[in-house]
Design a protein around this ligand. Structure first.
Ligand code: HEM
Length: 147
């Protein structure tokens, strides 16, 4: 299954000049649709918060470079344990991402673009989720049995 990263890059370019407006829309959408995740994020959404959105765009655009991305996504996934991120949160971020892209791309947004983004996002999310579940696996922390 080849993900159409050219299409992702082309649509990412549509929204890039809009800057922080896009990120604001993303968080507003997510917190309106899913108020339960609001408390996971800082009260003041500063530059730090923008990293999540920018990073998703970067990752999805480069999803065809797994050698560079997989180790990064594994670290990111394990790193998200400290933010209390769970597997069920990933579709929430994914849906808000898709709504945001569709909103800003307007009539330029196509079914093919939506498919490419969602395939790339789901792939990235699955690597992060798997890495987090391995890091949380209690079996990994069992004391080494005495021989
Ligand atoms: C593909 C999916 C995701 C990517 C690429 C991503 C990426 C990032 C990045 C790069 C940061 C900046 C801090 C750091 O480098 O560790 C971050 C922070 C954060 N992420 Fe994610 N994230 C994803 C999914 C999620 C999900 C599903 C949640 C839960 C709703 C979440 C919650 C958070 C929180 C709470 C922070 C800290 C925000 C802050 O303190 O300002 N992330 N994420």
């Amino acid at each position: 299954m080849a993900i159409n990263t050219d299409l992702i890059k082309a649509s990412a370019q549509l929204i890039a000049p809009l800057g922080s407006k896009v990120t604001e829309y993303f968080y507003n959408t997510m917190f309106t649709d899913h108020p339960e995740v609001r408390k996971m994020f800082p009260a003041e959404m500063g530059v730090q918060a923008q990293r999540l959105f920018d990073s998703i765009v970067y990752i999805t655009s480069n999803i065809d470079k797994p050698d560079a991305l997989v180790p990064y996504l594994q670290r990111l996934g394990s790193g998200h344990i400290k933010f209390d991120t769970r597997p069920e949160h990933y579709p929430i971020v994914g849906n808000s991402l898709m709504k945001t892209l569709a909103h800003f791309a307007g009539p330029a947004w196509t079914k093919e673009m939506a498919e490419a983004w969602s395939e790339a996002y789901n792939l990235a999310a699955s690597v992060m989720i798997e890495a987090a579940s391995k890091s949380m696996d209690p079996a990994r922390y069992q004391p080494i049995s005495a021989k």
